[in-house]
Write a protein that binds this ligand. Structure first.
Ligand code: BG6
Ligand code: MG
Length: 211
């Protein structure tokens, strides 16, 4: 087999939470009188919550205290968590579920490598809390994508070297992180714009052609 393990990004790869992140950031930006649209939201893909706020604040006139920033991060996440309540096992796409099951039968090690601090909550909502061999997420790292830390930790947790794993990503920052860590990478969605990944996926099940 070409790979021993696969490390999946979560948001935008296993499930779609874009709309919820957008809604929560939009409400937070509106409250501050800051312009925010879907194009700006797209720049937050793969980036940590704190770094996302800095991108949102590029359009803020003046200085903001660390206390105020911390307050906004809490309130943005409260709105986001509220929206996540709507998620259920119905939000796990059939193609994704089927593909994951086939990959598991092939005895590949499967891990999550996500910048999100809410990764475990989301996995529970979609019924995958006990599916993966390891979950490396935003609560366990100090440097977010494009730094490779979250993927290196995931590889370590499944006992594999980067060269033995394939990373699946929808974010440019995520593709950069994978390459910086010495992983081969398959792009889906927004990451298809990048020339860095070795493979391009039209649908999630295209992964099966690579293993
Ligand atoms: C990533 C998302 O998975 O998680 C980003 O693509 C998000 O948009 C990041 O900012 C952090 O998420 P959370 O859930 O910790 O706020
Ligand atoms: Mg993503």
């Amino acid at each position: 087999m070409r790979f021993e393990g696969i490390i999946f990004d979560l948001d935008g790869v296993i499930c779609s939470t874009d709309e919820y992140h957008y809604e929560a950031w939009k409400k937070s930006a509106d409250d501050l009188g800051i312009y925010f649209d879907k194009q700006i939201n797209n720049r937050l893909r793969g980036v940590s919550r704190g770094e996302s706020l800095e991108i949102v604040l590029e359009r803020y006139d003046g200085m903001m205290s660390q206390e105020k920033k911390a307050e906004i991060l809490i309130s943005k996440n409260d709105i986001y968590l509220q929206l996540l309540q709507k998620m259920s096992t119905k939000d796990l796409d059939k193609d994704v579920k089927k593909t994951l099951e086939i990959l598991k039968k092939k005895e590949l090690k499967l891990a999550i490598g996500s910048s999100s601090k809410n990764a475990k909550i989301i996995l529970k909502k979609i019924g995958l809390e006990n599916f993966f061999d390891a979950i490396s997420d935003g609560t366990m790292i100090t440097k977010s994508k494009p730094d490779p830390e979250v993927f290196l930790l995931a590889a370590d947790m499944i006992g594999l070297k980067p060269q033995e794993c394939l990373v699946i990503e929808d974010a440019i920052a995520g593709v950069e992180a994978a390459k910086a860590g010495g992983f081969e990478c398959a792009a889906i969605g927004d990451a298809l714009k990048s020339d860095l990944p070795e493979y391009k996926l039209n649908t999630f099940s295209d992964i099966l052609k690579l293993v």
